[in-house]
Design a binder for this molecule. Structure first.
Ligand code: BG6
Length: 498
């Protein structure tokens, strides 16, 4: 019995045999997320025996050294997982490696071509865990060598470019070799259990849809706070910043799922059609509105869980004004959300790790209880994506017992850990299997990525023209005070738990 069945009673749906080539196989993403995700799917019995997992990277090493490297990193990143040597040896039979410098025009692809021989009729995945400027050249090389078989799919890791123009260039270059239906642009947030549940919560319960609009909702908050810093990714991060790294993709995807109209079915294009309508309705932030509607911040040294940590500029080794924190007040110009602000904030080295969506409803029209009974809080629906996944509806109740009327603000609590299993697949496990199954709904379509960049570009331009100040915040705090002032200007406050 696999772990899923034991814990949840859920079914493990087998996938067809496939080969996957992971470009960038010795990089952080591959070793921390992708290869462990494949191992977990193998352990659950979902990887058919004939699958090849081929790592490709510039690092000169043999197959055995690659396997040892994958295993070493797995134990570092997943110390709590106990797997016997037998498990690893059996999984390692799937692993292969080839040294390949895809950035070189004359790279020798022969080793990879040989490894793929015999798999022409299998599903074939090319996973590009590479910088976006290589997406075009790698696709061209795949095409030139006719490796893009009928069942080949290309998986593009974010970021897809660094602005609209570069995203279009990438989409054009990759699109010359792969049809749109074979291009899987990953946003791993769409693979998170609670993000998927958002659609079910909204559209499979009759309670929410009638109140999910400007008549009843006061505002929405979306927070993705991390305690990690830019660390070893500091130099990549310095070309990106929080707006490009988190808002352009993960946070806008969450916003779309909260704000979109009900789709007519679960079809991948039906959902993507609805999401893009939201992106197109986002009010443009201009240099005239950027000052009041956006905040940039960068962490300086401080402490996380009592441990001293360096500031971002120190990690990078030079002064920089790239933001590690961004907060935005976003308007959606459509009938449903007219006048309802969406507040987004994300930051590294924050006080705690927390990804959460808060739907805050309007206050009651008239207070029945006297002030001494206690404060009347607004009803809030809190969707916790991580950690402690769950959904809470925060309500006013009467504190039971004698002593007069006393109000209490308490949650109706659906905790995933209490209700379901202790472990369900990581987002990367789900998105990888979705590529094999050809389920495009969890991936971003070309027009979606471009619409998101178009909106983000106007903020970047406003920040540039205004030279928007990057406020400093101590590591281990909730970001710069300007972030609190952004929401306070609307007479509201960030909801940071009861
Ligand atoms: C990535 C960003 O896409 O998402 C990282 O590039 C960020 O900077 C990460 O840390 C957060 O993902 P998760 O799943 O840990 O919330």
């Amino acid at each position: 019995m696999n772990t899923n069945e034991k814990n949840t009673g859920s079914k493990l749906v087998p996938v067809d045999p496939f080969d996957i080539v992971v470009f960038g196989a010795t990089g952080d993403l591959a070793l921390r997320k992708l290869l462990p995700a494949l191992f977990h799917r193998w352990r659950d019995g979902q990887i058919p025996a004939e699958c090849k997992i081929i790592g490709a990277s510039r690092t000169m090493m043999g197959r055995d050294a690659f396997i040892a490297n994958v295993e070493k990193h797995y134990h570092t990143y997943y110390p709590e997982e106990k797997n016997g040597a037998d498990d690893w040896n059996a999984f390692a039979k799937h692993l292969h490696y080839c040294t390949l410098d895809v950035s070189s025009k004359d790279a020798d692809w022969h080793e990879l071509e040989t490894l793929l021989v015999g798999g022409e009729d299998k599903i074939r995945l090319f996973y590009l865990a590479l910088p976006p400027e290589l997406f075009g050249p790698v696709s061209v090389n795949i095409g030139a060598r006719k490796l893009n078989t009928l069942l080949a799919r290309i998986v593009l890791e974010k970021p897809i470019g660094h602005d609209l123009a570069s995203a279009r260039d990438i989409n054009n270059a990759v699109g010359k070799i792969f049809p749109e239906h074979a291009i899987f642009r990953i946003d791993h947030y769409l693979g998170k259990e609670t993000v998927q549940n958002l659609l079910i919560l909204r559209f499979s319960n009759s309670l929410f849809e009638p109140i999910w609009n400007a008549n009843v909702v006061d505002h929405v908050q979306i927070t993705v706070a991390e305690t990690v810093g830019a660390g070893q990714r500091a130099s990549y991060y310095n070309t990106s910043g929080a707006l490009r790294d988190m808002v352009q993709n993960h946070m806008l995807q969450l916003l779309c799922l909260v704000a979109m109209e009900p789709p007519s079915d679960f079809g991948s294009d039906t959902i993507r059609d609805e999401k893009i309508k939201v992106l197109r309705a986002l009010r443009t932030i201009t240099s005239a509105t950027a000052t009041t509607n956006t905040v940039r911040g960068q962490y300086r040294d401080g402490a996380i869980n009592g441990k001293a940590v360096s500031g971002y500029a120190q990690e990078l080794g030079q002064p920089t004004d790239i933001e590690t924190y961004a907060a935005l007040k976003v308007g959606i110009d459509n009938w449903r959300w007219s006048g309802v602000p969406f507040y987004l904030r994300t930051g590294k080295r924050m006080a705690g790790r927390r990804s959460e969506i808060v739907i805050q409803f309007k206050r009651v029209a008239h207070a029945l209880t006297p002030p001494e009974a206690g404060h009347l809080h607004p009803t809030r629906l809190v969707i916790r994506l991580q950690p402690d996944e769950g959904v809470k509806l925060l309500l006013m109740t009467k504190d039971p017992g004698p002593g007069g009327m006393r109000l209490r603000y308490v949650p109706l609590n659906l905790s995933y850990a209490d209700t379901f299993c202790a472990r369900y697949p990581d987002a990367y496990e789900r998105v990888l299997m979705a590529v094999v199954r050809n389920d495009l709904g969890l991936f971003m379509r070309r027009d979606e990525v471009e619409a998101a960049w178009q909106w983000i570009d106007s903020i970047l331009a406003a920040w540039k023209s205004d030279e928007a100040r990057c406020h400093s915040y101590a590591a281990g705090t909730d970001g710069p005070t300007q972030g609190a002032m952004l929401i306070d200007r609307g007479g509201r406050e960030w909801f940071d738990g009861l």
